[in-house]
Design a protein around this ligand. Sequence first.
Ligand code: IPM
Ligand code: MG
Length: 362
Amino acid sequence: MLPGDGIGPEVVGEVRRVMDWFDRRRAVSFDVTEGLLGGCSHDAHGTPLTDETLEQAQNADAVLLGAVGGPKWESLPFDEQPERGLLRLRKELDLFANLRPAMVFDALAEASTLKTEVVRGLDILILRELTGGIYFGEPRGIETLPDGTRRAVNTQVYTTAEIVRVGRVAFELARKRQNRVCSVEKANVMESGVLWRQEMGKLHDEEYADVELSHMYADNCAMQLVRDPKQFDVIVTDNLFGDVLSDCAAMLTGSLGMLPSASLGAVDESGRRKAIYEPVHGSAPDIAGKGMANPLATILSFAMMLRYSFDLADDAALIERAVDDLLSAGYRTADIMQPGAERTTTSGMGEAVVAGLEKLAG
Ligand code: IPM
Ligand code: MG
């Protein structure tokens, strides 16, 4: 567990509570170690990610992350910023497949800024390529030109192998859902987009012809996401477009505080894959330590961990049902507060999840 900064430790703390319940009631116990990531690691060790923590993460079956960053560390040199720790962790663990589901819980359909009928029942999955593209492409940097002005460069680059491995994950996921994949790029402007489209098409024709594949330009996809999000099932896209489109999709659901994510690596010979689970929301330093944060995104990330890392799909579904139930019963943290609902705290929400699990388990 890497609780991180801001509200990270609070929301991860509620997962501890849920884990304790599994320990007591389901005979599933977790061997947990904690480490520092982000600003807190910089405070303690002068770097957002130490080699020791990286090694711990590499040796774990799964990593649960809170959130990193905050104003306290904003003026640090670029390479020492909390976010660099997170990016290095993703890269070193080679977690190329980032699953960002955006689903609307029925009880929260009215919390969206979009019309209720546009989002009710929404269940889409954005699959973001996470270790390539412009986030890591070389050359990169800022240089000073002879006339004293400056020039900044970043490079968008993708290889066949990088596209195909994330494409496979998209098609496999779609087969377990509505069997539809929409591949998103800007093939009208970027060569990397041309290659992306061609490789996705080829992979589809050769190995996944049973899945419906469509292609869309990223700008159109942004528009379609707010116009009619339910047209999508799985969206697969590159690192940068995925970053932008997943924030957009997150907001369809009414609260960033509700959305989990999983970042997965390749399956190794023993059938295992490295994985990090984290809420989509940030460290929200403005509400840190106040007991106001919504822990559900992190608890739902733990549910994804049970499903994807430990093959405990029934237990994952149990948590998701407990969350659904408590929302229907009117429990709300500040971020999803609605008139007539019952306002509760971070720990109140964690306790409500445990109470719900207890009830469901009989
Ligand atoms: C995300 C975040 C990160 C990203 C930042 C914090 C580096 O926005 O996970 O979406 O850009 O990948
Ligand atoms: Mg982002």
